[in-house]
Design a protein around this ligand. Structure first.
Ligand code: ATP
Ligand code: MG
Length: 366
């Protein structure tokens, strides 16, 4: 073991998930699109709404936060609030978060209706002549329970009820292949500028990872071979978060065996844990009933669809239509394989199997 003050990390903080990187390359056009959409706010106009979309770990949240920070430097007439929809998953929770950031006062946790609280937010904006931009981060978590439309609708139609209110929305969708859509009533007021975050190319991944290594570790700690290995692993899913987590875990592995360099084996060993990040995040976005169903599938992958439905129904009391919808959704998001060879006839799904190692799924469900 290395001594307490001996470490491979020069600045390990840059490997934390909430670290906003100084070096943020390969996203210039997306940053420009975001800046351009927000710019009208500087002239007292309502900013253009945005729909930011792309697979996990492609820099969406980071890009929005960086543009927010730039704008905060420049003006205080625009209030920029990011809401994490995985945590704040109802319109009341979302507006509480906004209220808190606007006023620096925690909202009353009970005894106040959504309407009253929202009114306070809007009144604050109008009285102080400020424009509000809300980034609804990972709004995909709000779709399964149907909260996305409600939240969007309240924010985007506020000016109809409260003339003078200027609110715009940046909806950030972490695209894991699950289809989603807004209600037409939302669509007609949202009319967003779409900003796409495609998966990074392997060369871009290599560049970003190499730069992070340079900041995080002392010189020559990570060999070229180990670095290549990290890049290869990241390229499997394109999720940079896995790469950053891998760097941290591999270096901790190296430290554990008192080595001053990170080896390919350290990376391989770390990948065992890092690779599950992706899967676990995907699973966390499921509803409780969907998790129950996935758990059943993972526990016994040889179950016939009919038997599976029966077990599911016994636990949840839900009917076949809901069951079938859930199977379809998890198939689309590539959590399970299902045979739909019944040619579109419902009820003919013959087999359902986990698309990942069952133990991995069960680990994430814990
Ligand atoms: N172009 C880049 N340059 C440097 N670091 C990056 C870049 N893109 C992403 N990252 C890093 O990768 C990690 C994931 O990025 P981020 O959280 O912005 O992804 P995301 O698209 O919001 O993912 P998700 O859809 O899962 O929420 C962060 O730690 C971020 O610092
Ligand atoms: Mg994000």
């Amino acid at each position: 073991m290395l001594l307490w003050d001996e470490t491979l990390f020069n600045n390990g903080e840059v490997l934390e998930f909430d670290h906003l990187p100084e070096y943020f390359a390969h996203r210039e056009s997306q940053m420009q699109a975001l800046r351009f959409s927000l710019k009208p706010a500087l002239r007292g106009m309502r900013p253009v709404n945005c729909l930011v979309k792309g697979p996990p770990g492609t820099g969406k949240t980071t890009a929005v936060m960086k543009v927010f920070n730039e704008m905060k430097e420049y003006t205080d007439s625009v209030v920029l609030v990011k809401v994490n929809c995985q945590m704040e998953s109802t319109r009341f929770a979302v507006v509480s978060r906004i209220y808190e950031q606007l006023t620096s006062i925690a909202p009353p946790s009970s005894g106040i209706s959504f309407r009253r609280l929202f009114e306070k937010v809007v009144k604050f904006l109008i009285d102080s002549n400020k424009t509000l931009v809300v980034a609804l981060d990972d709004i995909n978590y709000l779709f399964p329970e149907g909260h996305a439309d409600e939240v969007m609708y309240s924010l985007l139609r506020a000016h109809e009820q409260y003339p003078g209110a200027k609110i715009s929305v940046i909806a950030i969708i972490s695209d894991v292949g699950i289809p989603y859509s807004f209600d037409p009533r939302v669509g007609s007021v949202f009319l967003p500028e779409e900003v796409a975050f495609p998966r990074y190319e392997i060369g871009e991944i290599a560049d970003i990872i190499a730069n992070r290594v340079k900041h995080a570790f002392f010189k020559d700690v990570v060999s070229d071979e180990a670095l290549d290995k990290v890049v290869t692993y990241v390229d499997r899913t394109g999720d940079l978060r896995i790469g950053i987590d891998l760097l941290k875990r591999s270096a901790l592995n190296a430290e554990r065996r008192a080595s001053r360099t990170v080896s390919v084996e350290d990376v391989d060993k770390a990948y065992e844990a890092s690779r599950l990040l992706h899967l676990c995040r995907n699973i966390r976005s499921l509803s409780d009933n969907e998790k129950t169903l996935l758990g059943l599938i993972a526990k016994d992958s040889s179950l016939q669809a009919g038997e599976l439905y029966k077990s599911f129904h016994d636990i949840t009391g839900l009917g076949y239509t809901r069951f079938y919808e859930m199977i379809e959704k998890m198939h689309v998001s590539r959590l399970i394989d299902a045979d739909f060879s019944g040619k579109g006839m419902r009820g003919r799904t013959r087999y359902v199997a986990p698309a990942y190692d069952s133990n991995d799924i069960l680990k994430c469900l814990e």
